[in-house]
Design a protein around this ligand. Structure first.
Ligand SMILES: *Cc1c(COP(=O)(O)O)cnc(C)c1O
Length: 415
């Protein structure tokens, strides 16, 4: 071992890393519930240990609940949301396939890149950033491209804060003989995701947005049509790691052969997070996200701030706040982090410097966080010379909390 490697000797003061305490109110990762962290600290066991296999079965059942599906093929892919995205595309796109990608933000752009790298031809249907995906535009693209085999879109665009309605888009895809891939990374747990009712063929999510869990796992679900499409491929899936058949060798009941070493402790965490979602109840979780969003918006409005996205299709879990004139983006976010321990996100692409992205996702969606951010913003904006009516934001937010039945905003997250 080279003890004299540059940087080693002079850093003999290295110690354990102790992260600061933060409120994670950006586009992800979001606050992780202490119960989830505690679960992840339990002893590591073998990923083929019979005790672990029992936990895997529960985890799959809990995921079916979260996705509202009976799909057999429902399991977490080892890797962040981007890996779930890629797993859907590499399995369902063959070289030469035409895929319609609806793009209304950054993540639709990534879907497009996936199609290209799979050797597919992408037809892009663009919608303005901040707007939902338009069924009418998708319909004309489907008419113009009868050769298309697949439609892909993002339900909850984290880069813009816009919510699209999956049901009608999936129905259009099916009417034209296409399967539909839906990105539910930010949607799952934060707003309704009805995989079976909407007849979604392949869907992927992420552990770190509205599931109160750290990053690193991507739940996916494929229905029978999608599984059949994968089985009928003329060419093998170009990714060995993400090949659905091989993955199912580990995740299918009965099979359980070694594929890769599953991230054992991360899976404990996801199991606990999903258990908490089951205890709270999906509908209560959706109500909680909505209630805290409404309180935040009331507070921001009282401070003279507005949202970038129209309330009719605004995501409750990701709020795009227009940065007011005379306020600088980066220094404001730096002060929120340094002085108040609050992380919010900046805008992406064309929206950089123009908006803040305030996440109220999973365990981060609780009244305490709403109030903390409003107080902090009031202080930081006032310090930059903006006239902010003192206490007005808090009062407006509290009025919303007091109106909501049973203070839904608190349920579940308080556990
Ligand atoms: C965060 C996110 C992803 C990517 O997830 P990672 O865990 O960062 O890889 C994909 N799609 C959407 C809509 C997201 O918000």
């Amino acid at each position: 071992m080279n003890q004299s490697a540059p940087g080693w000797a002079e850093n003999s003061a290295f110690g354990s890393f102790t992260p600061p305490i933060r409120r994670l109110m950006g586009p992800g990762p979001s606050d992780v519930h202490p119960r989830v962290l505690a679960a992840m600290g339990r002893p590591t066991i073998g990923h083929l240990d019979p005790a672990f296999v029992g936990m895997m079965d529960e985890l799959k059942a809990l995921l079916r609940y979260a996705f509202q599906t009976d799909n057999d093929v429902t399991f977490p892919v080892s890797g962040p949301g981007s890996v779930g995205m890629e797993a859907c595309f590499v399995n369902l796109v063959e070289p030469g396939d035409t895929v319609i990608v609806c793009r209304n933000g950054v993540f639709g752009g990534r879907m497009l890149e996936n199609v290209r790298r799979c050797g597919g031809t992408a037809v892009v249907v663009d919608d303005d950033w901040g707007e939902p995906v338009s069924p009418a535009r998708l319909d004309s693209a489907l008419h113009e491209h009868p050769e298309a085999t697949l439609v892909a879109f993002v339900q909850a665009e984290t880069s813009t804060g816009a919510l699209s309605e999956p049901g009608p888009l999936v129905a259009l895809a099916h009417r034209h003989g296409c399967l539909a891939i839906v990105d539910a990374v930010t949607a799952l747990g934060g707003c309704p995701v009805e995989t079976d009712e909407w007849d979604i063929d392949a869907i992927y999510a992420g552990s770190q947005k509205c599931l109160s869990c750290p990053p690193g796992l991507s739940p996916v679900s494929f229905n029978a049509r999608a599984v059949q499409r994968v089985r009928e491929r003329a060419t093998p899936c170009q990714s060995w790691f993400m090949d659905l058949d091989l993955q199912l060798g580990y995740w299918s009941a009965g099979a359980r052969t070694y594929h890769h070493t599953a991230p054992v402790n991360a899976l404990y965490g996801l199991h606990e997070a999903l258990l908490m979602l089951r205890e709270e109840g999906l509908e209560h979780a959706w109500d909680r996200h909505r209630g805290n969003h409404l309180a935040l918006v009331a507070g921001l409005n009282a401070m003279g701030l507005s949202l970038f996205v129209d309330e009719s299709h605004c995501l409750p879990q990701l709020n795009m706040v227009v940065i007011p004139d005379g306020i600088d983006d980066a220094p404001t976010r730096a002060r929120l982090l340094d002085e108040f321990g609050i992380e919010i996100g900046g805008g992406l692409g064309a929206l950089a410097g123009k908006v803040w992205r305030v996440g109220l996702m999973g365990y981060a969606s609780r009244p305490e966080n709403v109030l903390a951010l409003l107080w902090a913003l009031e202080s930081v904006l006032s310090a930059q010379g903006r006239t902010v009516p003192q206490g007005a934001a808090e009062k407006a937010a509290r009025e919303v909390f007091d109106r909501s039945p049973g203070r839904r905003g608190d349920e579940g997250a308080a556990r």
